[in-house]
Ligand binder design. Sequence first.
Ligand code: FEO
Length: 405
Amino acid sequence: MKAVEIKNGVYWVGAIDWAIRDFHGYETPRGTTYNNYLIMDDEITLLDTVKYDFSDSTIKNIRTVADPAKIKHVVINHIENDHVTSIDKIMELTPHATIYITEKGKKGLERFFDLSKWSIRVVKTGDTLTIGKRTLLFIETPMLHWPDSMMTYIKEDKILISQDAFGQHIASAVRFDDEFVTCASMAALEDAVIDYYANILMPFGQLIKTKLAEVQKLGLEIEIIAPDHGIIWRKNPGKVLKMYLDMANGKARQCASIIYDTMWHSTEQMTSPMIQGVKDEGVECCVIKLRATPMSVAIKEFWHSRGCLIGTPTLNNIMYPTIAEFLTHLRGLRPKNRIVGAFGSYGWGGGAVKEAYEEFKRMGLETFEPGLQILYRPSLEDEAKCYEFGRDFARRLKEYHQQFE
Ligand code: FEO
């Protein structure tokens, strides 16, 4: 690879991670990129670095445009490992450069690196840095994605370097939305945005709304959104802004996801009439067997749907382990504006469905009750109950969905 110019004198110099499938436990079947950017102005400026393993890649890309020793400023928008762990190698090449970072970023960075050897300037929202013909404006975005996070706006080019926000885990030979849509599709790009939001940013919906309003108040014109992962939005940055606003406002499809696991196929057998019941109410249905599906895909489908039915067999009087793991993961993501119910088979004491509802309540989700438990294997009569359960759930889901329309 080599540097890719995104606008006169502003270059992508990042790295493509084609092979990553486990991003700190989040499955990334499409790989990812670590984007960072180089501005060629009177004072050469690097915005972000990359994951340590790709240090040589970004340095090579930088060299296709400039001698790294000439970099005068290094902006660190976020200190998570995937964006900052090559800082050491970069600074070895340009030891007199100044690092620009938030207060919390500096505090975090000093847990990993010896900062005494570098010149550091702490910045906050509204601070600017003039690098020649261009001025950079810093905007703190705490908790998007970590407390240290910020974005950098290049005023003259109207480019927002948005760090994790608006990113996607996609490894691709192309860098821009218009190119990606040509070689894949807008649906694939949207899917990657939803996947990223659901798995990483779901807890921060309110903050996202506040931050977007703040950016609007600053009156920033945005022509290009350049995130630190995936595709750069140059043709239609408004598209991803609207998607984020919609998701932050709780928008979802009028759809039921059925996320289940099964031991001897009894809970699985319950899903079939249930799906029919949901469909007969005119509600879309998306079905996921958890043990056969990456967790991140299940989370995305949960988020994408207004309602979810969780199917769990009882094992030793509690939920099936994969379901318990899924619900624990989901609780951490603090989902909102979703309606949920539970079902499953049991052999003697039961307990899994009750436990699933306890978990739903802990999350503060709207519940569809009571749940449905079937002894051992569903009989024909039980299958009829499953059908009605699906149908009743779909009715409730439609009513609940109305308030978000
Ligand atoms: Fe891509 Fe929060 O790191």
